[in-house]
Design a protein around this ligand. Structure first.
Ligand SMILES: [Zn+2]
Length: 363
């Protein structure tokens, strides 16, 4: 009897020792506030959204994938409006066990320097701020990510407007929107961003989701200017992929990241097939963890772009099997990143103006 008790106690202790890190981690995360800082929407102008996707991108196979991944058809968008995409995101997040809120990103376009107007011919995808602000306001689990091309003559007014609509960040895709973040004429815009405590989420590294891109504008070094003017900057995808001035963009980012406490890098899309290995590499450098922000880059979360099986080398077969069985894509993404070694405090990190709004965990 005594032996049996001792054996079962020993089994429990061994099991507890074996299970505790992962089990405790996911249990704790469930009770904490997790925000996905990087998710996309798009539209075709239905329901008065003002959004568009240009001919080239529409014919491009990527847009058909986008609709399929979002879980809508063009006919549904026509009937219910582009807002259906945002409604779907809210429903997916409501079903997530681990992720509580998500930032839906607007997308400004290329601005014609002569007229100061949107260059509709060269803009590949456009999602207006007003549309995103209006729609996310309907769902408590969604947040407004504004997008303002600083080349617009009224960029600062647009920034004030976005702030009053609850924007938690400004998103840029420099290589797609034709923005050079190191352009000194943007300094007044940066100062206003810093004063409003609105972070800049700027794409860094090569861009592959569009028909064409000016990749030289995605050099992470170009983000030094907003950083120097006090802006909280988040380099998307840890600048993984591509090179600038003969140096790997990821290495370039890591070389400047520790110098700025207001400099972060999001870990969105780092589980994608074209960015394998970067996250594990970054996690091996302990100080990088203090600069990581959680994001998915939804809807780029589906096979063949993302799969836990791509990561067997790092997470093992049992984890790959377990994670591939998780239905909700956000819970699956968190589980995969946890298995790769991302600690809880990365998932719960809140920066900028949003920190004043989200209640601090009581424990
Ligand atoms: Zn993205």
């Amino acid at each position: 009897m005594k032996v049996a008790v001792r054996v079962s106690v020993a089994v429990v202790i061994v099991l507890a020792g074996f299970l505790t890190p992962a089990a405790a981690q996911s249990l704790r995360l469930e009770d904490l506030h997790v925000v996905d800082w990087h998710a996309h929407t798009a539209g075709l102008g239905y329901g008065g959204s003002g959004a568009f996707v240009n001919e080239e991108m529409r014919e491009n196979f990527r847009f058909q994938f986008f609709l399929r991944w979002v879980g809508v058809t063009e006919r549904e968008l026509e009937a219910e409006g582009d807002q259906l995409v945002i409604k779907r995101i809210s429903e997916y997040i409501a079903r997530s066990r681990l992720v509580d809120q998500l930032v839906v990103l607007a997308m400004d376009g290329i601005v014609d320097r002569n007229t100061g107007l949107l260059d509709e011919r060269r803009t590949q995808i456009y999602v207006p701020n007003d549309f995103v602000a209006r729609e996310v306001a309907k769902y408590p689990n969604l947040l407004f990510g504004a997008s303002i091309n600083p080349n617009r003559p009224d960029a600062i007014e647009r920034l004030e407007q976005a702030a009053s609509q609850g924007a938690v960040l400004v998103k840029w895709l420099p290589s797609i929107m034709d923005i050079d973040p190191s352009d000194e004429s943007f300094i007044p815009f940066y100062r206003r961003m810093a004063a409003l405590n609105i972070p800049l989420l700027s794409h860094a590294g090569m861009e592959k989701s569009f028909a064409h891109a000016r990749d030289e504008l995605s050099d992470p070094m170009k983000l030094l200017l907003p950083l120097k003017h006090g802006v909280t900057v988040i380099a998307a995808h840890m600048a993984a992929t591509g090179r600038s001035e003969g140096q790997d963009n990821f290495e370039r980012l890591l070389s400047i990241l520790p110098a700025y406490p207001n400099f972060y890098a999001d870990i969105s899309s780092l589980t994608q097939i074209n960015r394998l290995g970067y996250l594990v590499k970054a996690l091996n450098i302990p100080w990088t963890i203090d600069h990581m922000i959680y994001g998915t880059d939804w809807p780029l979360q589906h096979f063949p772009v993302v799969s836990p099986w791509f990561h067997v080398k790092h997470i093992g077969l049992a984890n790959a099997w377990r994670i591939s069985g998780i239905r909700n894509l956000w819970d699956r993404d968190v589980a995969l990143k946890q298995a790769l070694g991302v600690p809880d405090h990365v998932f719960t990190r809140i920066v900028g103006v949003l920190a004043n709004r989200v209640p601090k965990p009581s424990n």
